[in-house]
Design a protein around this ligand. Structure first.
Ligand SMILES: Cc1cc2nc3c(=O)[nH]c(=O)nc-3n(C[C@H](O)[C@H](O)[C@H](O)COP(=O)(O)OP(=O)(O)OC[C@H]3O[C@@H](n4cnc5c(N)ncnc54)[C@H](O)[C@@H]3O)c2cc1C
Length: 310
């Protein structure tokens, strides 16, 4: 088993997270990727992000809730975030997971919660980005998206380049004139479902980039957030958009808080919209382990933090 696969397998074991949470130094290391535990912690980071000319996205960490009450609590946090975004007049959008809003408890529960969040977003003229989780939920997530999108043009979705199915899904989303985030994909998936080789994932990302920026997709109103820290793909995005003379208002770059902040200035200098996604919440374990799995070198930093006196 590769280290990436091991870390991703561990990411689905919340009990390990509870044990890690008791080690204060782990929490300090987690702060590199997670703004803190409260909305105030997130807004402190988002305010400084936006002051630098960047746009923001905010995620209340959590997934796969077990009861309707937990799902309702997550919904209420997103409603509060939307109110605060409007009150503070920040260029920030929420980015949420459907399993946090109760997808595993039944579509009706999730749809009800999602609708309330989308209504609040629409009243504030704010997009609501719906994250993509493991392939167990891809169909349900895209079906729900297709259902709400005609009523809520402020609903945005995510596709993952590592899934073999994504090129088909993207055609469906282009027909909807969707607002889309293109990412590589962060979960452990079997090779029949996702490309196991990173080079194939990168090639798929390039093909999808081309498709999402094709004239017919743009004519249908497609807007894409290219979510990556991969300098080669970002250079390619610049090349393609310059060559095709695609206006900078038709796409954006998205990055995660704590990863490659050194690229922000350069991308802003190119006149691009750069959105930084800032997560917060107590339930940081799954998110954090996926960040470790993306770059196992992070594990070395974590271990150094644990053995070095502060
Ligand atoms: C805004 C945003 C939203 C996302 N939403 C989703 C989603 O809804 N569903 C989903 O499955 N995935 C999501 N992802 C995660 C994504 O799928 C990838 O796992 C992640 O972005 C790493 O891939 P990469 O494109 O940066 O390329 P990589 O090839 O993994 O990395 C390129 C370079 O970026 C840097 N880097 C990347 N990751 C890290 C890290 N963890 N720590 C330190 N440096 C790193 C390194 O310098 C690396 O060489 C999202 C990513 C972003 C940026």
């Amino acid at each position: 088993m590769s280290l990436r696969a091991l870390l991703l397998a561990l990411s689905t074991r919340p009990r390990i997270g509870q044990a890690m949470d008791r080690v204060a130094l782990t929490r300090r290391f987690v702060r590199r990727f997670v703004a803190g535990t409260t909305p105030e912690d997130a807004f402190a980071v988002l305010t400084s992000v936006c002051a630098r000319g960047l746009s923001g996205a905010v995620t209340y960490l959590g997934e796969n809730v077990h009861t309707p009450d937990e799902a309702a609590r997550a919904r209420d946090v997103y409603l509060h975030l939307l109110d605060e975004i409007a009150r503070r007049r920040l260029p920030v959008v929420p980015s949420l997971k459907l399993t946090h809003l109760g997808l595993d408890l039944g579509e009706a529960t999730c749809l009800d919660n999602l609708t309330k969040v989308l209504e609040r977003g629409a009243s504030n003229d704010t997009l609501v980005w719906i994250d993509m989780e493991s392939s167990a939920g891809t169909d349900r997530t895209l079906d729900l998206y297709a259902r709400v999108r005609p009523t809520f043009p402020n609903a945005a979705c995510v596709v993952q380049a590592y899934l073999r199915r994504t090129e088909r899904d993207v055609e469906r989303l282009i027909d909807l004139g969707a607002t889309i985030r293109l990412c590589k994909g962060a979960y452990q998936e079997p090779p029949g479902i996702a490309y196991p080789d990173k080079r194939d994932v990168d090639r798929a990302y390039e093909r999808l980039m081309d498709r999402l920026l094709a004239p017919d997709a743009l004519a249908r109103g497609v807007y894409t957030g290219f979510a990556t820290h991969d300098e080669r793909l970002l250079a390619r995005l610049r090349g393609v958009t310059q060559e095709r003379r695609i206006a900078r208002e038709r796409f954006e770059v998205q990055m995660l808080y704590g990863i490659r902040p050194d690229l922000h200035e350069r991308l802003l200098g190119q006149g691009l919209t750069v959105r930084v996604l800032v997560p917060f919440g107590e339930d940081w374990y799954g998110y954090f382990m996926r960040r470790l799995a993306e770059r196992p070198a992070n594990l070395t930093f974590l271990l150094e933090t644990l053995v070095r006196p502060s």
